[in-house]
Design a protein around this ligand. Structure first.
Ligand code: FAD
Ligand code: FES
Length: 252
């Protein structure tokens, strides 16, 4: 089902032995017989125990091939892979932040936090109004326990600016949250990490590196952390923001 220009939501029926996934985990998908390497996608939701949602933005050959598959076509997936997000500490409001297709990485988490009765503020950004994916999250509730705020770079909807600028503004208003979670381009992860560091907030970031094996064997997906290079596929894709060494800072 197309949900914005260039992005589609897929619901896959999985085998009964498919393990229960955690929010933040991903599957490694064989996009077509012509492509040797699988492509990683976040588990973007779990409508029933036999189904998982994937939210896919067309970027190249693999995502195009998946989007062109006929209805009910069989697809080979490996997973669930990676570590996933951890629970917020304490009962305070959790803040989830997503830019563009990063909504795929936090959608499952947002639904689970909401279902567990926690108070959640979701901040969703996009370049422009018709690229926003906020409609894939639970709607704002009248009691304010789930609240969605949006930002667009061109000001065509919601806050005029980046979702990180919106985060900065919202944190000034709502006070100290239990945890900040973020999925999006690496620049956005770095900015979110900086905001969280300045306020000494717990913060988890979901990375989207290019992958090959998806299981920790090839080390093709490493990022720099304070403990040295770690694989996004096996040690991640979720990392404590305080552990990451963003470009320009030394990896020890
Ligand atoms: C943990 C994780 C979760 C993600 N979740 C999502 C999500 O939920 N939704 C989403 O839309 N995207 C997600 N992504 C990004 C997504 O995986 C990429 O957009 C996708 O892999 C692009 O594939 P492509 O074939 O369309 O693009 P391409 O650019 O054609 O290929 C992607 C990359 O794979 C490599 N590659 C391709 N072909 C070869 C080859 N023959 N030999 C060697 N390398 C090759 C290249 O390095 C290339 O840059 C996620 C990424 C990660 C790591
Ligand atoms: S993709 Fe091979 S180690 Fe991560």
């Amino acid at each position: 089902m197309s949900i914005s220009p260039g992005s589609s939501l897929f619901t896959l029926e999985v085998e009964s032995e498919f393990p229960e996934p955690n929010p933040g985990q991903f599957v490694h998908v064989a996009a077509s017989e012509e492509l040797t390497l699988r492509r990683p996608f976040s588990i973007a939701g779990r409508p029933t125990p036999e189904k998982i949602d994937l939210l896919i933005e067309i970027r190249g050959k693999g995502t195009r091939a998946l989007t062109d598959l006929p209805y009910r076509a069989p697809v080979s997936i490996m997973g669930p892979l990676g570590n996933g997000f951890s629970e917020p500490e304490g009962d305070g409001r959790a803040v989830v932040v997503a830019g563009g297709i990063g909504v795929a990485g936090i959608r499952f988490l947002a639904h689970e936090l909401h279902a567990s009765g926690r108070s959640v503020l979701a901040l969703v950004g996009a370049r422009t109004r018709n690229e926003l994916l906020d409609h894939l999250l639970p709607p704002t509730t009248s009691d304010g326990r789930f609240e969605v705020a949006i930002a667009t770079d061109d000001g065509t909807a919601g806050f005029w600016g980046t979702v990180c600028e919106l985060l900065d503004r919202e944190l000034d208003e709502i006070g100290r949250p239990s945890k900040v979670y973020c999925c999006g381009p690496v620049g956005m992860l770095a900015e979110t990490a900086a905001v969280a560091r300045d306020m000494d907030l717990p913060c988890e970031l979901a990375f989207e590196e290019i992958m090959a094996c998806g299981t920790g064997a090839c080390r093709g997906c490493v990022i720099a952390t304070k403990q040295g290079y770690r694989t996004v596929c096996k040690d991640g894709p979720v990392f404590d923001a305080r552990e990451i060494v963003f470009e320009g800072a030394p990896c020890v």
